[in-house]
Design a protein around this ligand. Structure first.
Ligand SMILES: Nc1ncnc2c1ncn2[C@@H]1O[C@H](COP(=O)(O)OP(=O)(O)OP(=O)(O)O)[C@@H](O)[C@H]1O
Ligand SMILES: [Mg+2]
Length: 226
C-alpha cells in the first residue's frame, strides 16, 4: 500500500500526519518505508533522531528521494503485501508532488481550517489528482484529514463556510481528525507516537482511527471501481 500526503501549501501537517501514520503502521506490524521527497529532508532527519534516541523500529526504512524518478523507483521497490510506503513531499507544486500522486494507491490531504489551506486541498483533488489519473490510467482515491484541530475549529461560526466548501467537494473526509496536541509536536524529535514513557492515549486513538479511515476509504474506492 502506497500512501502520499499531498497539499501544495506549507505547514498544514503533511509530515506530522505521515509520522503518525508511520507510528501506527509499525505498531500494527507492517514494514514501513518513508520516502522523503522534500528537499529539506525533514523526514530523513526524523529517522536519524529516532535512531539516536534508540526509538527507531527495525521495520522502519527511510529513503531520501529528491527527484521524481527516485520517488517512483523507491515506491515500486518498497511496495509489498505487508508493507506501507509513505511519501512525503514539500508544500509546493512541483514534479515531486506529481510523482508522489502518480505512485500512490491513495492520497491523504491534511486540512487545517484556513481559507488558503482549503483552497490548496481542493486544488489537489480537482486538478492534480485528475491529472495523475489521466497519466497513469487508474483511479486514485483521496481522503481529507482534518489536522491541528482545536476547540475553536469545532465551534467557530466563521469556519462553517470552509467546512461547507470541503463537504461540497465530494472527497471523503476521514471520520477521525488529528487534534492540536503536544504529542504531534514531539514527532519532530526522536519520538514515535508510542515511544514516550507516557504515550498520549488520545493522540494514539485518533491516529489509529485515521489509519483505519484511510484503509477503509481505499477499500471502498477499489470496490466501487471494480
Ligand atoms: N496535530 C498537530 N498538533 C500540533 N502540532 C502540529 C500538528 N500537526 C502539525 N503540527 C505542527 O505544525 C508544524 C507544521 O507541521 P508539518 O511540518 O507536519 O507540516 P507540513 O505540511 O509537512 O509542512 P511543509 O509543507 O513545510 O513540509 C510543525 O511545527 C508541527 O509540529
Ligand atoms: Mg513537511
Amino acid at each position: 500500500m502506497i500512501i502520499s500526503a499531498a497539499i501544495a501549501k506549507g505547514g498544514t501537517g503533511k509530515s506530522t500526519l505521515l509520522r503518525a501514520l508511520a507510528s501506527v503502521a509499525l505498531k500494527r506490524g507492517y514494514a514501513v518505508t518513508l520516502i522523503d521527497g522534500d528537499v529539506r529532508q525533514n523526514m530523513s532527519r526524523w529517522g536519524q533522531m529516532l535512531k539516536e534516541a534508540g526509538n527507531r523500529p527495525e521495520t522502519l526504512q527511510l529513503v531520501s528521494a529528491t527527484t521524481p524518478r527516485e520517488i517512483l523507483k523507491a515506491a515500486e521497490l518498497h511496495n509489498g503485501e505487508r508493507s506501507v510506503v509513505l511519501i512525503d513531499t514539500e508544500g509546493t507544486t512541483n514534479d515531486n508532488l506529481m510523482a508522489g500522486l502518480f505512485a500512490s494507491d491513495i492520497v491523504v490531504v491534511p486540512i487545517f481550517f484556513a481559507l488558503d489551506d482549503v483552497t490548496a486541498a481542493i486544488q489537489i483533488t480537482d486538478h492534480y489528482i485528475p491529472l495523475a489519473v489521466e497519466t497513469r490510467g487508474r483511479p486514485l482515491p483521496a481522503v481529507f484529514v482534518l489536522t491541528k484541530q482545536t476547540i475553536i475549529d469545532a465551534k467557530a461560526r466563521a469556519l462553517s463556510e470552509l467546512r461547507a466548501i470541503i463537504q461540497a467537494n465530494g472527497t471523503p473526509i476521514a471520520q477521525h481528525a488529528l487534534q492540536n496536541r503536544v504529542a504531534y509536536r514531539d514527532l519532530q524529535s526522536g519520538q514515535t507516537l508510542y515511544s514516550p514513557d507516557q504515550p498520549d492515549a488520545k493522540a494514539i486513538a485518533e491516529s489509529e482511527g485515521v489509519f483505519d479511515d484511510v484503509l477503509k476509504t481505499f477499500t471502498e474506492a477499489m470496490r466501487q471501481a471494480a
